[in-house]
Design a protein around this ligand. Structure first.
Ligand code: HEM
Length: 473
């Protein structure tokens, strides 16, 4: 009663028939865009019989994100919960005091190992050296592909994984390591198989129905393999643990497990946290960097402007670092515009309520899923004027300096705001500016132009594309 208005709620399938894409859509979120246009900023939906509300618009999203009532996550089967007998674990899908304690601990101790700090730069730079060696190797081994394009960016996710994994588990994997290459593929596949508005993770019954459970089953398989990789690293850490030598985040967590008397710091919880960080942190940063490079190929004049600023501020003899960020105004504007326009996270992971709640005069029943529409904020026509246009200058103030737009939500907002924001900003910034400093990027003269397709999943991602690179230094 007094639930937000929405499309027709059919028996069993609820509103799902109007939540699927149509021919001509250019973004996975188009069906939800249409619902918002038709029904307004709060749309009542049903994923099967599960009530859900699509929440759009800056004010609504800000309020939902700030209110304690909505900090909960719905009961969704994720691979680690299933493996741990449906006990909620990790960071993303835990609630209340458990979430607060684990989030605080994780953030504090990741920072001790350089997470989101300048002290990480040297490590990011050494990963970039490896990346550049791969680029040069590809060009030397297959010079003929300069005409049709190299698949340069396929190694980027592996580099992103290494950067994060070093802090979590103190390990670096060679890009030629077969096991590691497989892991990288699994992470990407895991994300593409996801679907934020699928009822399958909510209903255990649907998880057993062939065809309907197709994506879910495949995703579960990928997730299990990724979990095994993490579990093995945890076991190695437990076996070699030395109280006097904290090598990485896993060690610090194990030390806490030994001190902890109520069991809230457990091995399962450590595995789940690492899984959450690993998944949340690697695909998102790799996709953001790839989207940015895709825009720079499409707009060569912007690429040139980025390069000129880097040459002026940083020069050619060293790679850009986080210390340069406050002086690279245009580069910051380009990254921000790329994140806004591409929208790797068009919505937050679903939120939920644990009691009946009133929101904007509507009744939101206990257990209702809240689909928080960040895209509606980052593509807000009233605020931005021309949201569909890629225009980094919108973030340059009259003084020529980068101007932060407080009305954007690139990493969510409020209590659950992305835990990895500083790390993600630093790594994507250094990755993309270093590439542009050292290589000219172009569409291959005889190959297809980089695809403009945006892939669906838990996040959105650019469709892989080929390009030509010319070394500049
Ligand atoms: C460009 C890269 C990234 C983007 C666009 C992004 C975006 C987001 C968004 C929109 C949320 C949801 C916030 C909410 O529920 O209100 C989120 C949550 C989260 N992100 Fe990120 N993220 C990125 C990178 C990272 C990295 C590098 C890490 C960690 C290594 C990370 C860890 C997390 C975690 C743990 C949460 C859940 C927080 C919680 O529920 O308390 N993310 N992220």
């Amino acid at each position: 009663k007094n639930f937000p208005p929405g499309p027709r709620n059919w028996p069993l399938v609820g509103t799902l028939p109007v939540m699927i894409g149509q021919p001509g859509d250019n973004h996975p979120f188009n069906p939800l865009d249409r619902l918002r246009q038709k029904h307004g900023n709060l749309v009542g939906l049903f994923l099967g019989i599960q009530p859900a509300v699509l929440v759009s618009g800056y004010e609504n999203v800000k309020e939902i994100s700030a209110r304690e009532d909505f900090t909960y996550r719905p009961d969704i089967t994720v691979v680690q919960h299933k493996m741990f007998h449906y006990e909620k674990s990790g960071l993303f899908f835990v609630d209340g005091e458990k979430w607060k304690t684990q989030r605080r601990f994780t953030l504090r101790h990741l920072r001790d190992f350089g997470f989101g700090k300048q002290s990480m730069d040297h490590y990011i730079h050494s990963e970039i050296d490896i990346l550049f060696a791969v680029f040069r190797d590809l060009m030397a081994k297959h010079p003929e592909q300069k005409e049709t394009g190299h698949d340069f960016l396929k190694v980027l996710p592996a580099v992103a994984i290494n950067t994060l994994w070093y802090i979590i588990a103190g390990e670096i994997h060679g890009l030629e390591n077969e096991h590691f290459i497989r892991l990288t593929r699994l992470v990407l596949k895991f994300f593409r198989l996801g679907d934020q508005t699928s009822p399958v993770p909510i209903y255990r019954l649907l998880q057993h129905i062939p065809f309907i459970n197709n994506n879910f089953k495949q995703q579960e398989k990928c997730g299990e393999e990724i979990m095994t990789f993490i579990q093995e690293a945890v076991v190695r850490h437990v076996d070699t643990f030395n109280e006097n030598d904290m090598r990485d985040f896993m060690d610090v967590y194990i030390r806490e497990m030994k001190k902890d008397s109520d069991g809230s710091f457990s091995e399962n919880q450590l595995i789940s946290i690492c899984m959450d960080l690993f998944l949340a942190g690697t695909e998102t940063t790799a996709s953001t960097t790839t989207f940015t490079l895709r825009y720079l190929i499409k707009y060569p004049e912007i690429q040139e402007k980025v390069r000129n600023e880097i040459y002026q501020v940083v020069g050619k003899d060293r790679l850009p670092s986080t210390e340069d960020m406050p002086n690279l105004h245009y580069c910051m504007a380009v990254l921000t515009e790329s994140m806004r326009h591409s929208g790797v996270t068009p919505s937050t992971p679903p939120k939920s309520t644990v009691k009946d709640v009133n929101f904007q005069g509507y009744n939101i029943p206990k257990g209702c899923m809240m689909i928080v529409n960040l895209r509606s904020v980052n593509m807000d026509e009233k605020h931005l004027g021309d949201p569909e246009t890629f225009r980094p200058e919108r973030f340059i103030g009259p003084d020529g300096k980068f101007r932060k737009d407080e009305k954007l939500m690139l990493f969510g907002s409020g209590t659950r705001i992305c835990l990895g924001e500083p790390f993600a900003k630093n790594t994507t910034f250094i990755f993309y500016t270093s590439i542009v400093q050292n290589f000219k990027l172009e569409a291959a003269p005889y190959g297809p132009k980089p695809s403009e397709v945006i892939l669906d999943g838990f996040t959105t991602a650019p469709e892989p594309f080929k390009m030509t690179m010319t070394a500049l230094n």
